[in-house]
Design a protein around this ligand. Structure first.
Ligand code: ADP
Ligand code: MG
Length: 263
């Protein structure tokens, strides 16, 4: 029997913490080891779409049409340069979708329903890249997911806002998605030369325990350059420290998914 895809939502209401970079590179790493992967770009800014080389003019059908019910996931999904990695792109239309579906009783369940309708076996992993907000788009992503993956930037206020995010996860679990787990917390943009960064890592591990992945993503120029070439860092420079860290993260994610699935 073909098993259902594992759906992981990448969320943090702070901008610039590495959500999109993690979505793109984790997805690429998963695809590279044989998974069939889909990214759903739920951020109106569309950075995941751009970072995977999808030109704005080519985004004929997007996550907007999926949420309004005008298109299926299959109709909206586009191939990328990465074999076995597809993306449902974002357009600026997403900015208005919240108001458009606000009156519908199933407004928080639109993505879940659409993902349920995908062809069995089409994808083994679906990653949802969220906007920097705990709005209806992020709630749709959490309602649709098996688990939430939280990127935290290694900076002084890393933990700030995390309790609000975890509270939102708790609310979704209490209501529309009781099966929602925390996949894990990944520390991003780590700079080992910075004493503060080391303190932040210790601090987050102390507070969040084994929710925090062993893998820490280093700050790496190659990782930040890659999107301007429309490529995941893993394609742009496989050997760089950032790419290697994302490959390592992928194996941790898979191990955890197996454990969560078995539980
Ligand atoms: P978010 O999606 O949370 O807003 P992004 O993934 O877009 O965050 O990252 C914010 C910025 O930081 C981007 O310019 C990105 O290229 C850069 N960045 C992310 N991760 C790294 C990293 N490991 N090393 C260097 N730059 C990074
Ligand atoms: Mg982003």
């Amino acid at each position: 029997m073909l098993s259902a895809p594992r759906i992981i939502t990448i969320a943090n209401q702070k901008g610039g913490v590495g959500k999109t970079t993690t979505a793109i590179n984790l997805a690429t790493a998963l695809a590279a080891i044989g998974e069939r992967v889909l990214i759903v770009d739920l951020d109106p800014q569309g950075n995941a779409s751009t970072g995977l080389g999808i030109d704005r003019h080519d985004r004929l059908t997007s996550a907007y049409e999926v949420l309004t019910g005008e298109a299926s996931i299959e109709e909206a999904a586009m191939r990328t340069a990465v074999p076995q990695l597809a993306i449902v792109p974002s357009t600026l239309d997403l900015l208005g979708v919240e108001m458009e579906i606000a009156g519908a009783s199933d407004r928080a369940l639109r993505l879940r329903k659409a993902l349920r309708d995908t062809r069995p076996g089409a994808y083994s992993y679906i990653l949802v890249d969220c906007p920097p907000s705990l709005n209806l788009l992020t709630i749709n992503a959490m309602a649709a997911a098996d688990s939430v993956l939280v990127p935290l930037q290694c900076e002084f206020f890393a933990l700030e806002g995390l309790s609000q995010l975890l509270e939102t996860v708790e609310q979704v679990r209490a209501g529309i998605n009781p099966g929602l787990d925390i996949q894990g917390i990944v520390l991003t943009m780590y700079d080992g030369r910075n004493n503060l960064a080391n303190q932040v890592v210790d601090d987050v591990r102390e507070h969040m325990g084994d929710k925090v992945y062993q893998t820490v993503i280093p700050r790496n120029v190659r990782v930040s350059e890659a999107p301007s070439y429309g490529k995941p860092a893993i394609l742009y420079d496989l050997k760089c420290a950032g790419s290697q860290a994302y490959l390592q993260l992928a194996s941790e994610v898979i191990r955890r998914e197996r454990r969560l699935r078995a539980a």
